[in-house]
Design a protein around this ligand. Structure first.
Ligand SMILES: Nc1ncnc2c1ncn2[C@@H]1O[C@H](COP(=O)(O)OP(=O)(O)OP(=O)(O)O)[C@@H](O)[C@H]1O
Ligand SMILES: Cc1ncc(CO)c(N)n1
Length: 457
């Protein structure tokens, strides 16, 4: 049976935090998500404009409805703005007995309050004591303990105070608001008195709207799946780090984190291997035709992750051992794999900076007939001259192809279908066919090759 998790939280109309972040996170981790809505906020990446609380009896009724029928393996709370909503949620949690992760939400990233001042005491007295895990950020921890939390030592002290005074099983004081090269969260286990740390490199971005929501939802998802609390917490740290790394530059303030990155990266990687395999099959079906166009350095066909995810050579798949010429025929020498080609990958990554949809490329032997036929067919063809490569570019390992690709794009005024260069001392001339997918690239190659062959007769 699919694990089921519930979020008891508010709606962020901007889609970055609150229940939308929670549902994305649950589903990214393979957990069925349910909602008990506590408030509607009119909110975007810049701030909160208006709040409408849900009647506390309706909050409780939502929890009862799903618990009775569907079943709840674990839950989290987010925005609980009033004492009455907190009391209602706590009643339902005690009634059904599921493990609870409490994100003690007080302010949005914009600084706008999401809790009534008079409810702060209820959060301490009623909600945090029923938590298995509570996840304050540094300012929230400061409010709970009454001293400033600005260093890791403060965070450690605060975690222990919260555990001992308010009695949740595990306290995580999050490090997103602290400084340093790493974002370090302090985890404190009340019963054993043990501290552990969660560390990740701090990512330089302002798009961190919804980090706390996704992090606590991921812990709840892990618990719903039956993981131990520590395994659920480690999984949540991995998910949130990925979600921040691939956060979305939307709106004019703090853009949303991207919990779907967890799923999308895996899905796109599998899809890219499938699409490359399909195109390699077409190459094998036309091995005779294409064999004539394999250069001395051999060919390769690469395909990159979508622009949001394509950061470096590891994000481009190609054929390990390249596409070789064997007995006159084109032959892929191994199954497509990520991170195995720097040559075509460099063409693709540079082209994507100017045309993000151009995610695939194949290099072939230089042949003037290819250039002519491509031009006749209406393809955009652009070249660069390797002899004009500045010495400082030549000196930098791996800089030649990006430089040449930039030149060719500048010369064409757009990302061309074909880029060529005529070589240099010790460098074979080369043609690179670019396209949106490997099939697109191989089709262009076949159309050109067939055109050349037709002209011979
Ligand atoms: N820039 C960053 N780079 C890496 N990790 C980060 C960064 N910012 C936050 N984190 C991590 O994200 C998680 C959430 O922490 P954070 O302190 O941002 O929560 P929050 O302030 O409650 O978020 P929000 O209020 O937006 O929901 C923690 O694991 C934290 O270490
Ligand atoms: C609805 C809602 N819940 C939580 C947060 C905390 O980020 C937010 N900004 N909005």
């Amino acid at each position: 049976m699919i694990p089921r998790a519930l979020t008891i939280a508010g709606l962020d109309s901007g889609g970055g935090a609150g229940i939308t972040a929670d549902l994305k996170t649950f589903h990214a981790l393979g957990v069925y998500g349910m909602v008990a809505l506590t408030a509607v906020t009119a909110q975007n990446t810049l701030g909160v404009r208006a709040v409408q609380e849900i009647d506390p009896s309706i909050v409780e009724a939502q929890i009862d409805a799903v618990a009775e029928d569907i079943g709840i393996n674990a839950a989290k709370t987010g925005m609980l703005s009033s004492s009455q909503i907190m009391e209602a949620a706590a009643r339902a949690v005690r009634k059904w007995g599921f493990p609870l992760v409490v994100d003690p939400v007080m302010y949005a990233k914009s600084g706008d309050p999401l809790i009534r001042p008079e409810a702060m005491e209820t959060l301490r007295r009623v909600i945090i004591p029923i938590a298995k895990v509570v996840t304050p950020n540094a300012p929230e921890a400061s409010h709970l303990v009454g001293f400033r939390v600005e260093t890791l030592d403060d965070a450690k002290r605060a975690a222990k105070v919260i555990a001992e005074e308010l009695h949740p099983e595990i306290v995580i004081v999050k490090g997103g608001h602290l400084t340093g090269d790493e974002s370090i969260d302090i985890v404190y286990f009340r019963d054993s008195g043990e501290y552990r740390e969660l560390k990740a490199l701090r990512i330089d971005t302002k798009n961190t709207h919804g980090t706390g929501c996704s992090f606590s939802a991921a812990i709840a998802a892990g618990l719903a799946k039956g993981l131990s609390p520590w395994d659920a917490i480690k999984l949540a740290k991995e998910l949130i780090t990925t979600a921040i790394k691939y956060s979305l530059p939307l709106g004019h303030g703090h853009g949303p984190v991207n919990p779907m990155a967890w799923l999308e990266l895996r899905a796109y990687r599998a899809d890219i291997i499938d699409e490359l395999n399909k195109a390699l099959k077409v190459i094998e079906d036309n091995a005779d035709l294409i064999g004539n166009y394999i250069p001395e350095v051999q060919s390769n066909l690469g395909y990159a992750l979508p622009a949001l995810y394509a950061r470096n050579l590891d994000d481009v798949a190609a054929v390990p051992g390249r596409i070789v010429k064997y007995m006159g025929k084109a032959k892929p020498s191994g199954p497509p794999t990520f991170g195995v080609s720097s040559h075509v990958a460099n063409y693709i990554l540079t082209a994507m900076k100017h045309g993000p949809e151009v995610r695939s490329a194949m290099n072939i032997k230089y042949d003037n007939r290819v250039i002519e036929a491509a031009r006749e067919l209406g393809y955009v063809v652009s070249g660069y001259d390797r002899r004009q490569e500045p010495p400082e570019v030549k000196a930098r390992e791996g800089a030649s192809i990006p430089w040449g690709t930039e030149q060719a794009i500048k010369n064409a005024g757009r990302v061309p279908d074909i880029i060529y260069h005529l070589g240099d001392y010790g460098k074979e001339p080369q043609i690179v066919i670019l396209g949106q997918s490997p099939i697109d690239v191989v089709n262009k190659l076949l159309i050109i090759v067939k055109r050349i062959n037709e002209k011979r007769f």
